[in-house]
Design a protein around this ligand. Structure first.
Ligand code: GDG
Length: 481
């Protein structure tokens, strides 16, 4: 990937550092790269460029930690107190912004104390970056937890080139309007030079909000931002759909050990004729309940034979201290228990439910084992699982069932599209996917694979960082002149 001469130094900023702390039997501390959307996406870029990464190490109330190195990354920890984790992270980020940005699927809570902590923690992040970044560095701030950082950072360090990427959807203006702090949030994001969204629609919604709440006129993808002295800056606000390291998934899918494991998985779940797979963080946006409802009805109606068909549902533990997530877990587990109680037998479990995290190898084995991947999100920024499944289907078999409300829908036309709110439509899509003739599978999967291989994560990063590099280069030319 050629990023030109524009980038002198790259600083990544995200709520969590991309590593987890592990202590071995002898008490030695080791840091391991952690799984998850963002890390999965940017790992290849970092391997190539190296970078500074500013983020929270993940344990509340711990003492301030010194920066440390892992692989090609210099990790700079930002400490959070227990109260800050509760109010900035679990509260404002996951109890206010997350539901609001996902179309109010759950009721957002608006608390002034949560907002105060959000401002305070965002300021700490901005100050940490300001203290670490070299002159003229490119800073890439990630996601909804840190929307005030671009603005704060621009005030502290006008020499930096700043990018902001939102991994989750940006809501329609009429929903965003609910947020009591809508103006400072928009102004904070507008501190960036390049603002990236997952879809065209998200970018449009943001630009409308920029006009309404920051009085910033727009021209196409540009937002004109004026400061107190009436100097105007052009900010790019457009879609940069994220993707995966397609080559790495394909390579793993070709590994004979992983292929053997895929066969083993099918045996372990009773050698069904068709194996269906859902992989999601256990989150109410992912539509797991809707999926199970449709699936349960098909079993009840005898449309699905539990001796022939198995659904594996991986539900990776997530945000377990937030009330809505505890409630969801209970609901999902009651439903799975009912389905298995009603339709299972000694040798057959219709829904194999796994509330666990797995290695990437095991994930690829699951993708290889599955005849149908089921993505039924009620709202999702992109959904990388959909792309990972496609990347692993080297032999062009398999069916992707994909929600119309996932960002991935904009690219993956040849999936079987579903509206997860339409239970009858979902049932029909399940049956269509299960019974799809091999020739149709091949035609669809070949087209899907073509899309995912062309637009991989390197392409995403090159586009995004390319835009930032161009601005950074322009700026240094002006300064040098
Ligand atoms: C956010 C946005 C957007 C899951 N369980 C395990 C595991 N995973 C990996 C998957 C995939 C990633 O985590 C999940 O990514 P998604 O895109 O599906 O969803 P979010 O976590 O909600 O991510 C989303 C994304 O950011 C990127 O911008 O697409 O819309 O919500 O890569 O494979 N990986 C391993 N073990 C697991 O148990 N190793």
């Amino acid at each position: 990937m050629d990023l030109g001469v524009g980038i002198k130094e790259l600083v990544m900023v995200s709520n969590r550092l991309p590593v987890d702390r592990a202590v071995d039997e002898d008490g030695n501390v080791e840091w391991k790269t952690s799984p998850g959307g963002l890390v999965t996406a940017v790992e290849p870029i970092v391997q190539q460029l190296g970078c500074i990464w500013v983020g929270w190490p993940g344990d509340a109330g711990s003492e301030a930690m010194e920066p440390f190195d892992v692989d090609r990354m210099r990790l700079v920890p930002v400490s959070l107190s227990t109260e800050e984790v509760e109010e900035y992270y679990e509260g404002f980020s996951n109890g206010t912004l997350w539901p609001l940005y996902h179309d109010v699927i759950a009721q957002p809570e608006y608390h002034r104390e949560w907002w105060d902590q959000y401002v305070k923690v965002n300021r700490r992040f901005a100050q940490t970056v300001a203290g670490q970044a070299a002159k003229g560095a490119v800073v890439w701030v990630h996601d909804y937890q840190l929307q005030l950082v671009p603005g704060m950072l621009r005030d502290l360090r006008p020499d930096l080139t700043i990018g902001f990427f939102l991994h989750i959807p940006f809501p329609a203006r009429r929903l965003f309007a609910q947020l009591p702090w809508r103006r400072p949030i928009i102004q904070g994001i507008l501190g960036a030079d390049v603002i990236g969204f997952q879809t065209v629609h998200d970018a449009e919604s943001f630009r409308e909000c920029a006009e309404t709440y920051a009085g910033a006129p727009t021209h196409g993808n540009l937002v004109m931002v004026s400061d107190a002295l009436d100097n105007t800056r052009q900010v790019i606000a457009q879609e940069f759909p994220i993707s995966i390291d397609t080559g790495q998934f394909a390579q793993m899918a070709a590994d004979p050990d992983i292929q053997r494991r895929a066969l083993e998985i099918r045996k372990e779940v009773g050698s069904p004729k068709k194996l269906l797979l859902g992989v999601d963080r256990l989150d109410y946006t992912k539509g797991i309940r809707h999926r199970l409802k449709a699936y349960g009805e098909l079993l009840a109606e005898g449309e699905i034979d539990p001796e022939q068909i198995v659904l594996i549902q991986v539900a990776t533990p997530s945000r377990e201290r937030v009330d809505a997530y505890q409630l969801l877990r209970d609901q999902v587990e009651v439903t799975v228990g009912r389905i298995n109680g009603d339709y299972g037998s000694l040798g057959h479990t219709p829904v194999v439910y796994l509330h666990q995290g797995f290695s990437r190898e095991e994930m690829v084995a699951l993708y290889l084992a599955a005849d149908v991947a089921v993505v039924t999100a009620l709202r999702d920024g992109m959904n990388l699982v959909a792309k990972e499944y496609v990347a692993c289907r080297l032999d062009e078999t398999g069916v992707l069932m994909l929600s119309e409300f996932a960002g991935a829908r904009d690219e993956l036309d040849e999936a079987i599209l579903v509206n997860p709110h339409d239970i009858e439509g979902m049932k029909a899509a399940f049956l269509r996917s299960i019974h799809m003739p091999p020739r149709e599978q091949k035609r669809r999967m070949a087209a899907l694979r073509e899309t995912v291989s062309q637009n991989d994560v390197a392409h995403w990063a090159a586009n995004y960082l390319g835009s930032l590099a161009a601005i950074s280069e322009q700026r240094s030319t002006v300064v040098d002149a």
